[in-house]
Design a protein around this ligand. Structure first.
Ligand code: NAD
Length: 548
């Protein structure tokens, strides 16, 4: 029972029904209907949340396609967030691909057409000089997670400009569903700096600035003003950069990682979840992390982020930084990343080792003889049967991760990986694959989904008001994920815990990340007797409370 309704500004009547965080729809009790001016504004029968949730799932399942399911769920989120989260939490495996990848990508592409109600905060290049005032319009005082994108590299879909707003909204829904961060404390942000997407620039329905992207010093000044405003208005909030293009993502991370509580999920979250898969594989192969030689296809945010995490873990295991880096090799669109190349961007240079240049992945495999092959290139089918057979020839138990999303972009299918390595590989993918039956065995490989990592890291960081988010926290998160995989899960070929256990996983990560923040002296909270209790006290459960 809560006395919330005794607060002077507690809404009544239609205003209450229109507040998605407070609305309960047909679940308002008779007493609430009488005392909060609702009588007559709702159909008379009072329903339970269970009955409402049944209706929601029946409606979702009756829709003809995922886009319709997405639109239905977004509509529900705008009407009744508690019910939205109840349905999402209880049906996470079914609904995560609806409210987030891959369906959210379609929702973004059609954003200008399917837009109904605004959600989140829109800051544009035209707001220069007054971003703080714009942010003050945010209707809630407490903000724990701010999630900005500039829409330049949305999923694998490229520059979607302001239509990328679906991403921060969807991703924050996962922070709430998986870790229990209160939805009212999450702020999705679109920083609209224009777009290079000609289709959108010519589309009368596009809901963004019709101009080419702000660049250089002007862009940096805008982001700087935004980051300053975040710090001044909500100094303890986590700022999670999402789907910024390479040329900004690495720079902005380096620029703000020691001044703000911030991280880039595309780089660090991906690094952590792939590391978790690799650590988990060691339980099966019996190898040590320092035995691994990892070859990446792709050298972008995901691949180099993973490289950083693997190298850092090897350093913890006793290798020097240089030795650890030399165990990670990259092939990009031009060929093997080596020191003699003159065309390498800044973020690739640490991985440019002294070695002869070779052009193809198969040549690189023969030269490097990797134990693990990790694809984050967006190159469909790049792990050909010959490549997979080569990995199986070189290794007793090769690790093969085809991380490119969506499924259609994966470097190989799960089936190809098992068939061409005689069922000996340890496989994970970015998008889910169905189980594979091969030579009397059934493999149910897991998905190296960042959702295993970011919600828990976020909750841990905000629980202790971490000043910074460090690689050490991401390494901790990876270890927790790997430790939580059961023998039964590994026996089916899964290197990750079942997604059904994501709330447990996120909670454990949050506790360990919070402890890590205390160890690193980065927590602003005083260390409590029980970090577990502190984290638990912050977790939102999507249940109705009685207002009167
Ligand atoms: P990015 O644009 O930063 O990097 C892509 C890289 O691929 C670039 O280095 C590019 O040079 C390289 N590349 C392009 N064509 C190539 C070719 N023919 N051969 C070799 N390399 C080539 O993108 P990103 O953020 O690093 O994402 C890459 C992929 O990883 C995407 O498909 C994304 O969906 C996936 N991803 C998966 C996860 C996950 O599974 N958890 C997380 C993040 C990203």
């Amino acid at each position: 029972m809560t006395q919330a309704s005794t607060q002077a500004n507690f809404p009544r009547g239609v205003d209450l029904l229109r507040d998605p965080l407070l609305n309960k729809g047909t679940a308002f009790t008779e007493r609430e209907r009488d005392q909060l001016g609702l009588r007559g504004l709702l159909p008379p029968p009072v329903r339970t949340m269970e009955q409402q949730a049944l209706r929601v799932m029946a409606n979702v399942r009756s829709k003809p396609d995922d886009l319709e399911r997405y639109l239905y769920m977004i509509g529900l989120q705008d009407r009744n967030e508690t019910l939205f989260y109840r349905a999402l939490v209880d049906n996470l495996e079914e609904l995560m691909p609806v409210v987030y990848t891959p369906t959210v990508g379609k929702g973004c592409q059609l954003f200008g057409r399917v837009f109904r109600r605004p959600r989140g905060l829109y800051i544009s290049a035209d707001d220069r000089g007054q971003i703080k005032q714009v942010m003050r319009n945010w209707p809630r005082q407490e903000v724990s997670v701010i999630l900005p994108t500039d829409g330049e590299r949305i999923l694998g879909l490229g520059d979607l400009g302001a239509s990328g707003m679906g991403i921060p909204i969807g991703k924050l829904a996962l922070y709430t569903a998986c870790a229990g961060i209160h939805p009212g404390k999450c702020m999705p942000v679109m920083i609209d700096v224009g777009t290079e997407n000609e289709e959108f620039l010519n589309d009368p329905l596009y809901l963004g600035l019709k101009r080419h992207r702000l660049k250089g010093d002007e862009y940096d000044a805008l982001i700087d003003e935004f980051m300053q405003a975040c710090k001044e208005l909500w100094p303890d909030a986590l700022v999670q950069f999402e789907d910024f293009a390479n040329h900004n993502a690495f720079r902005l991370l380096e620029k703000y990682r020691h001044t703000h509580c911030t991280f880039n999920d595309d780089i660090q979250g991906t690094g952590s979840v792939a590391l978790a898969g690799l650590l988990s594989s060691l339980e099966v192969t019996g190898r040590r992390i320092t035995d691994e030689r990892v070859l990446f296809l792709g050298a972008g945010e995901a691949a180099t982020g993973i490289g950083e995490m693997i190298a850092a873990t090897m350093v913890q295991a006793g290798l020097s930084h240089e030795e650890a880096q030399r165990r990670c090799w990259f092939v990009d669109s031009k060929g093997l990343v080596v020191a003699s190349r003159t065309d390498l961007t800044h973020h690739k240079k640490p991985w440019a080792h002294q070695a002869e240049f070779v052009k193809t992945l198969s040549e690189a495999i023969e030269v490097i003889k990797p134990t693990a092959l990790i694809g984050a290139s967006g190159m469909t089918g790049a792990f050909t049967p010959e490549i997979l057979q080569a990995m199986a020839r070189i290794n007793d138990r090769p690790v093969i991760f085809a991380l490119s999303n969506p499924t259609s972009k994966a470097e190989c299918t799960a089936e190809a990986a098992y068939v061409h390595t005689e069922g000996r590989c340890l496989f994970a993918s970015g998008s889910p694959f169905p189980s594979v039956h091969y030579q009397g065995r059934t493999f149910s490989p897991g998905q190296g989904n960042n959702v295993y990592i970011f919600p828990g890291v976020g909750l841990g960081a905000i629980a202790v008001r971490a000043k910074e988010i460090t690689d050490g926290m991401f390494l901790t998160a990876a270890r927790v994920v790997a430790e939580l995989v059961t023998d039964e899960e590994r026996a089916t070929g899964n290197l990750y815990p079942s997604l059904k256990r994501i709330r447990e996983v996120s909670g454990r990560i949050a506790v360990e990340v919070a402890k890590q923040a205390f160890r690193e002296g980065l927590a602003q909270e005083r260390e409590p007797a029980s970090v577990e209790a502190l984290v638990q006290s912050l977790r939102y459960e999507p249940d109705y409370v009685e207002y009167v």
